[in-house]
Design a protein around this ligand. Structure first.
Ligand code: SF4
Ligand code: SF4
Length: 314
């Protein structure tokens, strides 16, 4: 797994900025719900009565229907490759069933904000319920599987899995842009070795559009989103040089100012169309962006066994 990065270790990253400083009661409550009431439901008994499938296509269709029934907004399937697995972690399952849930545009009318932070955690929680229910269903029909929770400390890198599963293209801001949902969604997955038909990556010209659009670059207060693609960072799933976000600049801002999230709602891609009347809420076409003074860049120490990123322009 030489291509795999070490796992992203949230606590080590928080330690670099003096610990968790975002104090929002609803966020804390949701984090506690996830850690105390979801993690314990990741495992379960596999039924001895196995439901047969006539083909990988039938199995994929059934599991996608179930994922949607359990609350997914988008679902796709891909084969897991060694480069999708964090270094030091072991994944023996063959396929990932990636699920995504959209976040409500109306909660991102001001960023950073308390409302946006709560919305991120709300979707981590509801998406957690979706992957737990999907995993429970798979076990109930006689197949083993594992939950890869959206909030982190998973064995898989969600972004390459989502790209291969057909969720969209990699944007300049480092998040996946779905052709209709835009970037305002979160992902998790369930992994299994049931033979499944896989989806194809999306090639809708989104990544190329990023080359002429710089909205997320302009509105990133610590200038963590890149000016240019980084040939040394490897190719994305369409063969383009990747854009790489400077996490040493992003994370201190993210950790200090309500998980920031500015780059998602300022992204020009499509989400405002579907989100405008989401649940009937009146929304603006562009968020109010609060550009606060960025803290100094910080990075995990050299040799720390967790995910590090290139330092851009520094
Ligand atoms: S989350 Fe904020 S700081 Fe990080 S890349 Fe996006 S806009 Fe920049
Ligand atoms: S704001 Fe523009 S450049 Fe940034 S990810 Fe969205 S489309 Fe790409």
């Amino acid at each position: 797994m030489t291509n795999s990065p070490p796992a992203f270790a949230w606590e080590e990253w928080y330690a670099t900025v003096g610990g968790r400083s975002i104090q929002i009661k609803e966020v804390t409550d949701l984090l506690n719900e996830i850690y105390n009431h979801q993690y314990s439901r990741f495992d379960g008994e596999v039924s001895h009565a196995r439901r047969p499938f006539s083909s990988p296509a039938e199995a994929a269709h059934h599991l996608k229907e179930k994922a949607l029934e359990f609350g997914a907004d988008i679902v796709g399937i891909c084969e897991i490759e060694p480069s999708d697995v964090y270094r030091g972690r072991t994944v023996t399952e063959k396929f990932a069933i990636a699920v995504g849930q959209r976040m409500r545009w109306r909660e991102f009318q001001v960023v950073p904000s308390r409302e946006a932070a709560i919305e991120c955690l709300r979707v981590y929680f509801t998406l957690g319920e979706t992957v737990i229910q999907l995993a429970s269903h798979i076990r109930s029909i006689g197949y083993a599987c594992k939950v890869e929770h959206p909030i982190g400390d998973s064995d898989l890198l969600h972004i390459p899995i989502g790209l291969k599963a057909g969720f969209g293209e990699l944007g300049r801001h480092g998040s996946i842009i779905h052709p209709t949902l835009g970037p305002l969604f979160r992902m998790g997955s369930v992994i299994t070795s049931i033979e499944l038909e896989v989806d194809a990556p999306v090639d809708a010209g989104i990544a190329r559009f990023c080359d002429s659009c710089r909205a997320c670059r302009k509105y990133c207060p610590p200038q963590a989103t890149p000016d240019d693609r980084s040939p040394e960072a490897g190719k994305d799933h369409l063969g383009y040089d990747r854009y790489v976000v400077d996490t040493g600049r992003c994370f201190p801002y993210f950790a200090k100012y309500s998980y920031c999230s500015i780059c998602l709602p300022v992204c020009v891609y499509n989400h405002k169309e579907w989100a405008r009347d989401f649940d009937g809420a009146q929304t603006k076409a562009f968020p109010t962006v609060i550009m606060l003074s960025p803290p100094p860049p910080t990075d995990v120490l050299e040799g720390t066994p967790c995910h590090t990123y290139p330092r851009i322009r520094r």
